[in-house]
Design a protein around this ligand. Structure first.
Ligand code: BES
Ligand code: ZN
Ligand code: ZN
Length: 495
């Protein structure tokens, strides 16, 4: 689907529908006033009868009957003008474009008022592409009935507005494409997305958007000492991969920020085997990696003035005669040892190596994203990820990015007292606690390996898939959670 920006008059613009946003309890002015006039008061009539009030996300359709070139006008309520925020724009746009798509329309035009702020256009473009996402790669039947919009055009009244809106739309479109890439990866069945295939995808992304990319295969991982990553993968016939993506800005001396993703392409639990229903969704256990790859795609397109490194530890977690055992002790990349008492707590193992490796970049910040614990779903449900870290200033930055993107975060404590729970009798640390504070214990394990730089861990197990209630990321499948948050953090970065 194309998203375009052009200067023109909505009255003569050919499209299946012209979209207009309407505020509640406001006189019909500007482009909406002109549309009301052109349709002989059809919009006023809708409002006067009480059939349409402009309440947030309310929609209505008008047939123009040759009053203008387009055959329909689609109205969407924006709520009260004084209450409008970017998230409301995303939700309104997302809901309406899905409705129009489901009606079978092909081309829609969003008629913007003069001087519409670029952030509004960005939000509408971003939410529209996110809302129209579908994952049909593995269907062979019924494809002829799949409905899809071909194009969304943002129509502006003058050249000055056009260049501003164009910039906003380009940013929104890039962010949505990166998020949809993360959703594609998260939704991919585990036989179609092994660690090797994830690495291949990373190379493809790097080539597409101009990132530096390096992949460590099994031999290189052995040589370099990524022993916990190898340990998790050793029960599988699939080899692990470590993926490094880098955006190197022009000029010297820029800060480095690292994004680190858990990339378990399937988590059976290993010898500490999950139940049948417990592993049903575990193809999504690489959603942290997907968010990092999606964010790096956007970073490659938008090229912020910042050194951004994406690190992904990719592995399967399978049971077999060669699988690691509960009781094994493994030395991590940085040299500390970890006693593995439950092979299903594998995310913290692969991340131990990845966080150890991140220290080489001497980053000003490292943010890891991981579907780490079921406990975070119990604590926060689907509405926010769990945030824990060692640096308050970095957590503040992430909260700001979360407010702007509506990818919400909620901080849980990471007091040193929790370290008591992960003391091992025979190694430096063990990989599980006593069953209490499951999400914090996961973070406490990671903290042992995220040394030497400001670090924040985001436990995205509750937000990475099947999240209900959003108008622009409908409930089934991967959400791409984290892409928009990471990109915002990178774009707003100040030392
Ligand atoms: N990938 C799972 C976490 C998970 C579970 C995410 C359910 C989403 C839904 C992780 O590897 C895991 O199995 N964690 C264990 C840790 C436990 C053994 C300490 C868990 O949460 O039960
Ligand atoms: Zn697990
Ligand atoms: Zn897992």
């Amino acid at each position: 689907m194309q998203i375009n920006v052009k200067v023109g008059d909505f009255k003569t613009e050919p499209a299946d529908a012209i979209i207009l946003g309407i505020f509640e309890d406001e006189p019909l002015v500007s482009v909406v006033g002109a549309a009301d006039e052109a349709t002989d008061g059809a919009i006023s009539a809708l409002i006067d009868t009480g059939d349409f009030k402009g309440e947030h996300k309310q929609t209505a359709l008008l047939y123009t009957r040759d009053a203008i070139t387009a055959s329909r006008i689609a109205l969407v309520g924006l709520g009260k003008n004084e209450d409008l925020d970017i998230e409301k724009v995303r939700q309104a746009a997302g809901k309406l474009v899905q409705e129009l798509r489901d009606m079978g329309l092909k081309t829609v035009v969003i008629a913007l008022a003069p001087e519409t702020p670029p952030e509004i256009a960005q939000a509408a473009a971003e939410a529209s592409r996110l809302a129209l996402y579908q994952f049909n790669q593995h269907k062979t039947e019924g494809l002829d009935k799949v409905k899809a919009l071909d194009a969304i055009t943002f129509l502006v009244t003058d050249e000055a507005t056009k260049s501003l809106v164009e910039e906003g739309v380009a940013i929104g479109d890039a962010i949505a494409k990166g998020t949809n890439l993360a959703r594609d990866l998260s939704n991919q069945p585990p036989n179609h997305l092994t660690p090797t295939l994830l690495a291949d995808k990373a190379v493809e992304v790097a080539n597409e958007v101009g990132l530096k990319c390096e992949i460590f295969d099994l031999a290189q991982l052995q040589e370099k000492g990524f022993r916990t990553l190898i340990g998790v993968s050793q029960g599988s016939v699939e080899e692990p991969r470590f993926i490094i993506l880098e955006h190197i800005p022009d000029g010297e001396g820029r800060d480095t920020v690292a994004f680190v993703g858990k990339g378990i392409t399937f988590d059976s639990g290993g010898l500490s085997l999950k139940s049948g229903s417990g592993m049903m969704d575990m193809k999504h256990d690489m959603s942290g990696a997907a968010a990092v790859l999606g964010a790096m795609h956007v970073v490659g397109v938008l090229k912020p003035d910042l050194h951004v490194v994406g690190l992904i530890a990719a592995s399967e977690n399978m049971p077999s005669a060669t699988a690691q055992r509960p009781g094994d002790v493994v030395e991590t990349y940085g040299g500390k040892t970890i006693e593995i008492l439950n092979t299903d707590a594998e995310g913290r193992l692969v991340l131990a190596d990845a966080l150890g490796y991140a220290a080489h970049y001497n980053p000003k910040a490292a943010v890891d994203l991981a579907t780490l614990t079921g406990a975070v779903v119990t604590a926060l449900g689907n509405l926010a990820c769990g945030m824990m870290g060692t640096d308050d200033a970095l957590m503040d930055k992430i909260r700001t990015a979360a407010d702007k993107t509506h990818e919400r975060v909620w901080e849980l404590p990471l007091w040193d007292d929790y370290d008591e729970l992960i003391k091992s009798d025979i190694a430096d640390v063990k990989n599980i606690g006593d069953g209490t504070a499951g999400t914090i214990v996961g973070a406490a394990v990671l903290k042992k390996f995220a040394e030497g730089y400001p670090w924040v861990h985001l436990d995205i197990a509750g937000t990475a898939w099947d999240v209900k209630g959003s108008s622009y990321i409908p409930s089934k499948g991967g959400t791409g959670y984290g892409v928009r948050l990471l990109v915002q953090l990178a774009r707003d970065w100040t030392s």
